[in-house]
Design a protein around this ligand. Structure first.
Ligand code: SAH
Ligand code: SF4
Ligand code: F3S
Length: 434
């Protein structure tokens, strides 16, 4: 058997793709290794959402290039979103790369590997996605199984590269999703997370996300269901009602707002106003008890004024968003906003706004966590480890709060009842309730 090492950067969609690549490779003589030094095949699954993510990919692949000088037999594959975007160009920048594999052609991996083993350089970055491909998956051992339900995106937010790296939105057939869920549950997974850039626009003929949730909820056994990411204006009343009615669907919504200013939202080509976003949050909070609502925000979008940025800070505070991913605006090739160079803000301004956004985010997180001190909650255990001489398990509540709990035994994969003893900014502490 040969050994493959895959480094995954980027979102859960990329992590899910890596699991599919490992599944395919396992049939062609490759086992996975966690040690890049012993691998025969090195692959990097890249992300291009921001310049920083792209730079990370090039720095990693550079170190592999040096290794290849010492051992000519190593093969190197450049995959994922940066590959899809840059295609053949990558051979110029990194001549030691043996193959470039975009996001649409994972199923061609066996053929690619064969050609590469014969010394060929291969580039597979087709523009059109493979329809209805069904791959075996080698899931990372954990309690949570990711299942993509939609791929690609049609929204073309002016800052975002995803529509260019992942293509137009496709919804996978319900039958395939339900089959993958059944298989994951049979393997012992306790949580199913449905993935998509806009999960709430899932549509297979007339079958929507709420229908899928109902069918998944009927599957036997105790497990949890989550879905990410929701596009604010695509969340329907029916979806909220269904999510609260179904016992396995967790009290958790990830709904990126991006900005609190209507002018900026418009320039971003987001199809909602700050008021509409606030209304959706209010509706969810009213209907779903203890719900966690998380968000994403961009600081320093081209042309963003100090006043507009303050609207973002106020929105984060007033809506009591439980946690937010934050980033400074990063211009991306091909996107509309990247052409507005005359409106770009200085790096210093973007960094300073990002720091203020992070400060507000921290306050929100602590306030959100403090609500749960003294409460009894169900935790699904994900990890067992030794911290400063003490054994601890870590898991998440239904509403996605991380909890650390002292425990002498490894309870990974079990649902336990926990009393929350205190709240920190990023997590809760608890003790097992007997
Ligand atoms: N589909 C999701 C988000 C996917 S990308 C949605 O529509 O909300 C994840 C996050 O990366 C985005 O929510 C955005 O906040 C951030 N992001 C995307 N492009 C970016 C860019 N050019 N600069 C900075 N942040 C960006
Ligand atoms: Fe990017 Fe917008 Fe699509 Fe999200 S909805 S993936 S931010 S284009
Ligand atoms: Fe990055 Fe591609 Fe995901 S650009 S965020 S890995 S879809």
């Amino acid at each position: 058997m040969k050994q493959v090492y895959i480094e995954t950067l980027g979102c859960q969609m990329n992590k899910s793709d890596t699991e599919r690549m490992l599944g395919i490779l396992s049939h062609f003589g490759y086992t996975q290794t966690q040690d890049e030094k012993t691998a025969d095949l090195l692959m990097i699954n890249t992300c291009s959402i921001r310049q920083l993510s792209e730079d990370k990919a090039f720095s990693k692949i550079g170190s592999w290039g040096k290794r290849k000088k010492e051992n000519k037999n190593i093969k190197i594959g450049f995959c994922g979103c940066v590959a899809q975007q840059k295609s053949k160009e990558l051979f110029k920048r990194a001549p030691y790369v043996d193959f470039v594999l975009g996001t649409h052609a994972i199923y061609k991996l066996p053929e690619i590997i064969k050609r590469v083993e014969f010394g060929e350089k291969v580039c597979e970055c087709t523009e059109t996605p493979a329809a209805g491909q069904d791959f075996e998956i080698k899931r990372v051992k954990s309690v949570n199984a990711w299942i993509p339900i939609t791929e690609g995106c049609n929204n073309f937010c002016t800052y975002c590269i995803v529509p260019y790296t992942r293509g137009r939105e496709r919804s996978r057939p319900p039958g395939v999703i339900l089959k993958e869920a059944r298989e994951a549950l049979a393997q012992g997974f306790k949580e199913i997370t449905l993935l998509g850039q806009n999960v709430d626009s899932y549509c297979a003929q007339d079958y929507r996300l709420a229908d899928l949730l109902r069918d998944l909820n009927k599957l036997d056994g105790k497990f949890r269901i989550r879905f990410v990411t929701s596009y604010p204006s695509d969340i329907t009343d029916e979806l909220i009602k269904t999510a609260v009615e179904l016992d396995k669907v967790c009290e958790y919504f990830h709904i990126p707002m991006q900005s609190g200013s209507n002018e900026v939202l418009k320039a971003m080509n987001r199809r909602y106003t700050a008021e509409a976003y606030a209304e959706i949050c209010a509706k969810i909070r009213k209907t779903v008890p203890d719900v966690t609502i998380t968000s994403d925000f961009i600081a320093g979008f081209p042309g963003e004024t100090e006043e507009q940025f303050q609207e973002t800070l106020s929105a984060m505070e007033e809506l009591e968003l439980d946690y937010s991913n934050t980033a400074a605006y990063s211009p991306r090739e091909k996107t509309t906003a990247a052409k507005w160079t005359d409106r770009f803000l200085p790096e210093k301004v973007k960094t300073e706004r990002l720091a203020r956004l992070n400060e507000q985010n921290k306050k929100n997180c602590l306030k959100s966590n403090q609500k749960f001190t003294g409460r009894t909650m169900e935790v699904l255990v994900e990890n067992f480890y030794n911290h400063k001489g003490k054994n601890v398990v870590t898991g998440r509540t239904r509403n996605n709060k991380i909890v650390h709990i002292p425990s002498e035994t490894d309870l990974t994969g079990e649902f336990i009842t926990v009393k929350i003893t205190n709240a920190r900014t990023w997590y809760l502490n608890g003790e097992i309730k007997s």
